[in-house]
Ligand binder design. Structure first.
Ligand code: NOJ
Length: 607
């Protein structure tokens, strides 16, 4: 029998089985607080927590659903589609920023942290959304954007007024050097990270747009403001936060020039501030520890080796972080390179090695900052789009870590066929045009070809709900960003009615993950790391083992399993029924299968 210890306030009290632990998760899903309640320990040492077996669905509100016909998605629109989200089977919704913002960076520039963006609705609309999510036994996490604010935030409006303003020290102000900015730091949105402000003849720091001044976390008042904001939303009942570029909050003392070795990769420099972990522990103590919440840090610039510093549960900082190794495998500093399967496998193998049972991982290959999943990691051609989108779902939902799905990927939505810089909304794309094309560094053709592969706007085109005008996203004559012209074929209405759709496959795969602890917590073994086309691995816990076989190619392939292993019952396949009880698999292009392992050598712990 599978055993699991139940830990209560740090003490082992009794043992149970995996099912007991699932029952505990279920009761927590039903809305019971986890503070001071039981946490089960699985046989392989992992603690079972609701945020570990969660499947998270990211909503980018601007592009999800417009309820009032202004061409912009809004909170009422999201509430109207909660049944759609719930039917997928996901347990957590992550809402990209919904706060009052002038939208220099689509809400990642916050003017008022306690107010809802007018275009998205009102606080009543937010409360109704939260209620609707809870009624459906799901949870809501918010985007916490506190490395920087908008320059229209009251604190900054005050801060820039004079050198002795009480808010001056909320931001990072410095005198220029030799007629230029204080140092060589660069912005992720092109150019210097410093902007001169004539009112006080000093520069302020902005790692992103000049309308996104960085907060000074070394000022304890700033940290208390942040904790107040967090409590405001947690007290409303939200279930945690995705924390925007959180490892950047502690700045390198003295603000020295970064060494030339960081050229083009400044994120690795910006994460080296000495007080980062002290601040995260303080935040945990003052806020997070008091609630049953989930936290995930966006950790651009954090290496895998540094990851346990953030997520090892004994350190009391964050639950998990987004590591960028996989999602950016196909890019180098914004230039698209392409990618190879063994390199992706090597990343997952390394993650599995480096993160022990105390450190939890995230699995994601798309979000609002990256191109569409099927276009980047699958094959979005008419022939292979559906199968490859399902294959990617199989992988994301069968690897170890909390799984994140970005809106529209469950439909197999694709990159947009951009032709002209004027079709883009993203500040990063536009600033890059000025910096890279108008200076002659790249031709317009080169720049646009790269953006077609890498642009964030690929993921931000409106959700495709049906085949009516604007894909049913809005009743306005024009949506804020163009709808992908493939909406008559790729849309939610059609897919919900088609049992063989990408959407319905996601449902099945999420369902399988939910009832299969091995797919969440199980030990991972890559069976064939060097294979250029086939990704085959096992997930096992106690004596239950599952085999996942993915053909990442447009060619049929025969895959022979290692001698000790046999595929047993097929749990799910993206191309329908498939052979069982065999060690020789005949895979079609982009075929994905999840099997129970039929048998294993006695005493073997490999699987
Ligand atoms: C990361 C966010 O995901 C991205 O959309 C934003 O532009 C930057 N952080 C700045 O907030």
């Amino acid at each position: 029998m599978r055993t699991a210890s139940v830990v209560w306030a740090g003490m082992v009290l009794c043992s149970g089985c995996v099912l007991a632990s699932l029952a505990a998760s279920e009761s927590r899903r039903a809305g019971h607080s986890n503070v001071g309640t039981s946490v089960s320990q699985l046989e392989n040492g992992y603690q079972d927590r609701w945020w570990k077996d969660a499947v998270v669905y990211q909503v980018y509100p601007r592009s999800f659903k417009d309820s009032n016909g202004d061409g912009i998605g809004d909170l009422k629109g999201i509430t109207s589609e909660l049944d759609y989200i719930q039917k997928l089977g996901v347990s957590v919704v992550w809402l990209s920023p919904h706060y009052d913002s002038p939208n220099a960076d689509n809400g990642y520039d916050i003017r008022d942290y306690r107010k809802v963006m007018a275009e998205f609705g009102s606080m009543d609309d937010f409360d109704a959304l939260l209620k609707g999510i809870k009624q459906r036994h799901m949870r809501l996490i918010l985007d916490l954007v506190v490395n920087h604010t908008s320059d229209e935030n009251y604190w900054f409006v005050e801060s820039r007024k004079s050198k002795d303003n009480p808010y001056r020290n909320y931001y990072i102000w410095r005198a220029g050097q030799d007629g230029g900015p204080p140092n060589n730091w660069t912005s992720f949105f092109s150019g210097s990270a410093w902007k001169f402000d004539p009112a006080t003849n000093e520069y302020y720091l902005h790692y992103f747009a000049d309308k996104q001044p960085d907060l000074n976390w070394d000022n304890p008042k700033v940290r208390q403001e942040v904790y107040g904001i967090m409590k405001f939303w947690l007290d409303k009942g939200v279930d945690g936060f995705r924390m925007d570029v959180i490892p950047f909050v502690s700045k390198v003392p003295g603000l020295p020039n970064y060494p030339s070795s960081y050229e083009g990769r400044v994120q690795y420099f910006y994460t080296t501030g000495p007080h980062l972990h002290e601040y995260l522990q303080e935040m945990n103590k003052e806020v997070l520890a008091k609630y049953d919440v989930m936290t995930v840090g966006e950790a651009f610039g954090v290496t895998l080796e540094q990851t346990p510093m953030f997520v090892d549960e004994r350190r009391h900082e964050l639950n998990m972080i987004f590591n960028f190794d996989a999602v950016r495998l196909d890019q180098d500093n914004g230039r698209w390179l392409g990618w190879k399967l063994p390199d992706l496998k090597a990343i997952y193998a390394r993650q599995d090695r480096e993160l022990d049972k105390h450190s939890w991982n995230t699995i994601f290959l798309s979000n609002h900052d990256n191109p569409r999943l099927v276009s980047a990691f699958g094959d979005d051609s008419a022939t292979n789009r559906v199968a490859s989108a399902k294959l990617l779902a199989t992988m994301i939902l069968s690897l170890k870590g909390t799984a994140f799905i970005y809106q529209g990927d469950e439909l197999g939505m694709t990159n947009y066929p951009f032709r002209d810089i004027n079709e883009f909304d993203d500040i990063q794309a536009k600033n890059g045009w000025t910096a890279d094309v108008l200076t002659g560094k790249y031709t317009a053709g080169q720049y646009l070809a790269n953006l077609r592969k890498t642009s964030r706007d690929n993921a931000r085109t409106p959700m495709q709900w049906d085949d009516t005008a604007s894909a049913g996203f809005t009743s306005a004559p024009k949506a804020w960003l163009a709808v992908n012209p493939n909406f008559p074929a790729i849309n939610a209405k059609q897919e919900m009615n088609d049992p063989a759709s990408v959407y319905n496959y996601y449902r099945q795969m999420i369902e399988l993950r939910k009832k299969t602890p091995a797919l969440v917590y199980g030990d991972y073994q890559d069976l064939d790391p060097a294979n250029a086309n086939i990704f085959a691995y096992t997930r096992s816990i106690s004596k239950t083992a599952y085999l996942v076989v993915l053909n990442f190619s447009g060619q049929a392939a025969t895959y022979v399993l290692p001698s000790s292993l046999k595929a047993g019952k097929l749990e799910l396949g993206n191309l329908g029924l498939a052979e069982e009880e065999t060690d020789r698999l005949h895979l079609k292009p982009w075929e994905a299968r999840v099997y129970q392992v039929a048998h294993q050598p006695s005493g073997a712990s490999r699987y």
